[in-house]
Design a protein around this ligand. Structure first.
Ligand code: HEM
Length: 173
């Protein structure tokens, strides 16, 4: 649970900083709001890191969980571990991400999404940052080969619901 809460909140924070970039001056206008924003990074990151380590240890120790974990799933878990470790490194040592992310990473991400890559506004040249950005793309690329793909397939969720009612999905869908 700690993993899910931590990573979902961290990714929502990424999304908020990206989408709300034009209003960031207003959002981070007071020292109180800046302190709250600065606190969220380490809290979400530590929550995710703690949960992820527990999740990996359980998978290593539990034979049933190990049996249903493919090579791609292990690779994904390692990439997540690296990603969260790098994210925490940025949060703790490249302060404050909230001060530069909306003005550099956000327009850079928009330039990628709109298929007009602007290398000149690449968020930061610090090695940990570059590795964090690169690893994010590796993680996204590996998703179709892992169990995480279930998040994006309606059919598999319907199938899971049907099989839990002892119905055969192939005969219905
Ligand atoms: C698979 C995608 C990604 C995952 C799982 C991920 C995960 C994390 C985590 C767990 C943290 C530490 C907690 C936090 O500060 O929120 C973090 C921090 C950070 N990430 Fe990511 N990240 C991803 C993609 C990206 C991308 C694409 C960028 C920028 C282009 C980015 C930029 C940052 C920055 C600047 C921080 C430090 C924020 C701060 O100072 O608090 N991340 N990331």
């Amino acid at each position: 649970m700690s993993w899910h809460y931590g990573i979902i909140l961290a990714l929502l924070a990424h999304l908020a900083a990206t989408v709300l970039a034009p209003y960031w001056g207003l959002i981070a206008a007071t020292s109180f709001s800046r302190d709250i924003i600065r606190l969220t990074g380490p809290i979400f990151g530590l929550l995710a890191a703690f949960g992820l380590v527990i999740l990996i240890v359980r998978r290593v120790e539990n034979d049933k969980a190990k049996a249903v974990t493919s090579r791609a799933d292990w690779m994904m878990l390692i990439l997540f571990l690296v990603q969260v470790g790098l994210g925490l490194t940025i949060t703790l040592f490249y302060r404050w991400g909230s001060a530069w992310y909306p003005y550099t990473a956000s327009p850079w991400l928009f330039s990628l999404v709109t298929l007009k890559p602007a290398a000149s506004i690449c968020p930061s040249t610090a090695a940990a940052n570059q590795a964090h950005f690169l690893n994010a793309f590796l993680l996204i690329a590996i998703i179709p080969f892992t169990r995480l793909v279930h998040l994006f397939t309606i059919r598999s969720r319907i199938s899971a619901a049907l099989s839990s009612c002892h119905l055969e999905p192939e005969n219905i869908l």
